[in-house]
Design a protein around this ligand. Structure first.
Ligand code: GDP
Length: 464
């Protein structure tokens, strides 16, 4: 049964009727949710920028900032004070590299923004994929200082070309709106020439990646000096040539995604936990569609087990109901904790997500040295799932810009090619066609610790 519009349990999605409690008060909060990811080359200033914004918006207290400053001075890293706001783990502090997708919240006049911090270090790209698969928009931070911008774009060695890789990744995962924050302008005397040079160099590349002019915005900032972040710059050298919107004004102008409240429940499991209030079978995740209510029954995929929602928490606060777009922690009753794992999806009992055993994807290969062949073994990443898989078939090679077929059944795929391929995961994986359901239809393939391709699910060929 390969028809994605029919659930495994025989019910067609067209027959689905949302329940009254799902829609009641659904539009009470006029401010819409937007998930935002911050990407860019290592050391571009991502953590500093976000830490500084949270501080300026009053999300981090003076006391906390002071404590962070003191701790970072003690470790001889004074400039990392703001970065410390986001980097929570002790191990990360010792290493001075952001490892997890940190989540913070802030509000703009129109939006409630959930911030997904993405690490810049190459080894940590898997975390970025998991963040980008939830993102509605991205901020690409580039380091304007002489040599650093160039290193981020081309460069050599470990951190080679992450500016490009990250931009390509977020776009291929379906993120359409991008703000480029040209950071560290203080290091180049707030030079307009430098800003224009960076924009002129990066723009053609971002367009090639598929970002459209209308959804691409540029802003000059200095994260460490707090310039042009939450209000117009006070720096005369910058004011002399820039009077456009500051970074937060640009964030406020981003378009939030439609909320799929009236669709069957899809709640992705990002992490599994046990807490005193949620109990032993609990998890954190994001509602991609539908709603949950404490006391209702849910089906946990891929196992198919039925459980009852015991309690729901949003940032530690108890909730009765949570709806599409929200990230929540949920405790379940009547299910073994072993049935919960990242990559699982909690669903409406009668309308579970497909568990695919063979599916087709449209891929963009990254800067790979070893070609991808029929039979290549890879690690498949899709929302929070991560598992071994095989490239089962190379169906066709596409023109990367037009999407038209250049050749049927290519022998292999090399760097920067667009193609249709068939993937067979070692075990069934919870996915949807991208055209049906964006958040569950974005994938990445990795091999030998490197991302080799990213793309979207175009068809589910076989399912459990
Ligand atoms: P990340 O790896 O992208 O998260 O970068 P961090 O936020 O950790 O910053 C890397 C380094 O750049 C730190 O030493 C920061 O103090 C420094 N930095 C960040 N923003 C600025 C800026 O606007 N100007 C200057 N001069 N340095 C900055």
């Amino acid at each position: 049964n390969a028809d994605a519009s029919t659930s495994t349990y025989g019910l067609s999605l067209e027959s689905y009727e949302p329940e009254p409690w799902m829609l009641k008060d659904a539009n009470k909060d006029s401010r819409q949710l937007l998930h935002l990811i911050v990407v860019g080359h290592v050391d571009a200033g991502k953590s500093t920028l976000m830490g500084r914004i949270l501080h300026l918006l009053g999300r981090v207290s003076q006391k906390e900032m002071h404590k962070n400053e003191k701790e970072s001075k003690q470790q001889g890293k004074g400039s990392f004070a703001y970065a410390f706001v986001l980097d929570e783990g002790a191990e990360e502090r010792a290493r001075g590299v952001t490892m997890t997708v940190a989540v913070a919240h802030f509000e703009t006049p129109k939006l409630r923004v959930v911030l997904l911090d993405a690490p810049g270090h190459r080894d940590f790209v898997p975390n970025m994929i998991s963040g980008a698969s939830q993102a509605d928009a991205a901020i690409l931070v580039v380091d304007a200082s002489i040599g650093a911008f160039e290193a981020g774009l081309e460069g050599e060695g470990q951190g080679r070309g992450q500016t490009r890789e990250h931009a390509q990744l977020v776009r291929s995962l379906g993120v359409e709106q991008l703000i480029v924050a040209v950071n560290k302008l203080d290091a180049v005397d707030f030079s307009k020439e430098r800003f224009d040079f960076i924009r002129g160099t990066l723009q053609p590349f971002l367009k090639q990646c598929g970002f459209k002019d209308g959804s691409l915005q540029w802003v000059p900032v200095s994260a460490s000096e707090g310039q042009n972040l939450t209000m117009a710059s006070t720096e005369s050298a910058l004011k002399a040539w820039y009077n456009g919107p500051c970074l937060i004004e640009l964030v406020d102008s981003l378009k939030p995604p439609p909320r799929l409240v009236a669709r069957p429940l899809r709640l992705t499991i990002a992490e599994v936990m046990k807490t005193r209030t949620l109990g032993p079978s609990a998890f954190g995740g994001k509602l991609e569609s539908g709603a949950i209510h404490s006391g209702t029954k849910v089906r946990v995929m891929p196992s198919g087990e039925i459980a009852t929602v015991k309690s729901i928490e949003l940032q530690g606060q108890q909730l009765k109901t949570a709806r599409a777009g929200e990230g929540v922690d949920v405790g379940l009753n009547g299910i073994d904790p072993g049935m919960l794992a990242p990559g699982g999806v909690v669903c409406h009992p009668d309308y579970p997500v497909p568990v695919a055993t063979r599916f087709e994807v449209q891929l963009l290969t990254l800067d790979i040295r070893t070609p991808i062949l029929k039979g290549s073994q890879v690690i498949l990443h899709v929302h929070h799932a991560r598992q071994p898989a095989r490239v089962d078939q190379l169906v066709s090679l596409l023109d990367p810009k037009k999407g038209t077929v250049l050749r049927q059944r290519p022998r292999h795929l090399t760097a920067n090619q667009s193609a249709i391929v068939v993937i067979v995961p070692d075990e069934g994986v919870c996915i949807e066609k991208y055209s049906d359901f964006r958040a569950l239809g974005r994938i990445a393939l990795r091999e030998g610790g490197k991302t080799i391709a990213v793309g979207i699910v175009t068809d589910i060929l076989e399912r459990k």
